[in-house]
Ligand binder design. Structure first.
Ligand code: ZN
Length: 466
């Protein structure tokens, strides 16, 4: 057994991405993600299936928590190697990990209080999974790589990162092992073609083994062209009624994309110049990261910038960092657009804006992202007549609208388009990062369409490749 691959996460579910590659006893991780599904979160607390001290390097596909969110725990438990990723991934991961650590600390405090009050113990300890200090100890290990330039990690192993088109800095990673030889491609999260700002996913021509995500392996997205039409309709109808447009949004990528579309609609004179607030310090920090990496932008975005404009600036756009500025938004008269986090309304400033606007029938709450079961966002989308926010019930009288086309993930057709790039059949395709139904449907399609050998690995399943 010279080369093996063990599936340590994102097996028949969509979070906790983590794969262990072993080459003649030397160990490498591809991603180290946090579990976010309620029923799998206990895995975050379990010891790593492989001793962190024995791992030599991590190859990180991108900065979403379900791919990088357990790095602080890995480092806390003894990992000392390099974390190879693009510079943009490292910068965004810093923001994301600090925010996650802060939430973990808050959560632990809240749990402690509740357990004391109820005189009981919960299933998880009242200590944070990791602290801000733990998150900071990850940062010195980030080692920047450039797209499409091979990096040798040990004599027999080199990695090449390609643009995945999912979020800024996101990567598909190809690993070439000279003993064998054998090559593996990890799709990471695959993006979509013709999305604004970032480039399309890169096509890879050959690999012995492909590990591909399947989040939307059984579904097709709404057309991207629908986004602007719907945005425009909602804004104009809400302004005509004299209400505000409240948009819960994820800080990474989604907010920046939304600003891009709003900017285009303004340029095209299709919407009025409303006061528009990005009321999220985290989203504002990510906007700054975007400004550092014009080399990652697609042609359309570069033309936009070369014409002297910026998608992250338009008249009446206000980026509010301080709490005072945020509170002052409530005193605005007339219609405005308020973009705030968290994206599923589980915390953050969006809750205050919902309290102030959800009861007003002239206002609109616009959802542009996936709302998981059990979140406040999901309750509102599902049509609850009243919802609890900050401990009080509020009737839902505002207009609730959803735009589905914003997804950062390739849909079934786009996953197939990416796989069509392989000139010869891989020996095997491992299907990960998808619910059971999505992964199974996608495996069936691959068998029918390409006659490829596919597998949907189980948690901790280990495959000997050569
Ligand atoms: Zn992702």
């Amino acid at each position: 057994m010279a080369v093996s691959l063990q599936f340590m996460g994102a097996t028949r579910n969509v979070t906790g991405s983590c794969f262990l590659l072993e080459v003649k006893g030397r160990r490498f991780l591809i991603d180290c993600g946090l579990y976010q599904e309620r029923e799998l979160r206990s895995r975050n607390w379990e010891p790593f299936p492989a001793d962190p001290k024995s791992i030599e390097a991590v190859f990180l596909t991108h900065a979403h928590l379900d791919h990088c969110g357990l790095l602080p725990k890995l480092v806390k438990e003894g990992f000392k190697g390099k974390i190879m990723c693009t510079s943009a991934t490292a910068e965004i991961a810093r923001i994301v990990l600090l925010d996650a650590a802060h939430l973990q600390e808050e959560d632990a405090k809240f749990k402690k209080k509740r357990h004391e009050r109820e005189k009981r113990k919960g299933p998880y300890p009242e200590v944070p999974l990791y602290t801000e200090e733990d998150a900071k100890s990850v940062f010195p290990l980030f080692t920047p790589v450039e797209y499409e330039k091979a990096v040798k990690i040990i004599d027999s192993v080199e990695a090449v990162f390609y643009d995945a088109g999912h979020i800024l800095g996101s990567s598909i990673i190809k690993i070439n092992v000279s003993s064998g030889p054998v090559s593996l491609v990890f799709s990471g999260d695959l993006g979509r073609w013709d999305k604004p700002i970032i480039r399309d996913p890169a096509l890879i021509e050959d690999a012995d083994y492909v590990v591909v995500e399947s989040t939307y392996g059984d579904r097709l997205h709404e057309d991207l062209s629908e986004i602007k039409v719907k945005l425009c309709d909602i804004i104009i109808s809400t302004v005509n009624q004299g209400g505000n447009i409240i948009i819960p949004s994820f800080a990474v990528e989604r907010t920046q994309e939304l600003l891009y579309y709003l900017n285009e609609l303004l340029q095209e004179n299709r919407i009025p110049h409303l006061l528009t607030f990005v009321d999220s310090p985290m989203a504002i920090n990510v906007i700054e990261v975007f400004k550092h990496y014009p080399e990652y932008f697609d042609e359309e975005m570069l033309n936009f910038i070369q014409s002297g404009r910026s998608p992250f600036y338009f008249s009446n756009l206000k980026l509010t960092r301080s709490v005072e500025e945020s509170k002052a938004i409530n005193r605005i008269r007339g219609s405005c657009i308020i973009i705030a986090g968290s994206g599923m309304c589980t915390g953050g400033r969006i809750k205050h804006h919902l309290v102030n606007n959800i009861i007003r029938p002239e206002c609109s709450i616009l959802f542009i992202g996936y709302q998981a079961k059990g979140t406040l966002g999901r309750e509102i989308v599902d049509g609850a007549s009243e919802v609890r926010i900050h401990g009080q019930m509020h009737p839902v009288r505002a207009n609730v609208v959803k735009i589905n086309g914003f997804s950062a993930h390739a849909d079934q057709r786009e996953l197939l388009r990416w796989l069509t790039g392989f000139r010869s059949s891989p020996k095997r395709v491992f299907i990960v990062h998808g619910e059971e139904e999505a992964a199974t449907t996608f495996a069936r399609i691959l068998n029918e369409k390409f006659s490829w050998q596919t597998e949907i690995p189980e948690y901790l399943e280990k495959k000997i490749l050569i």
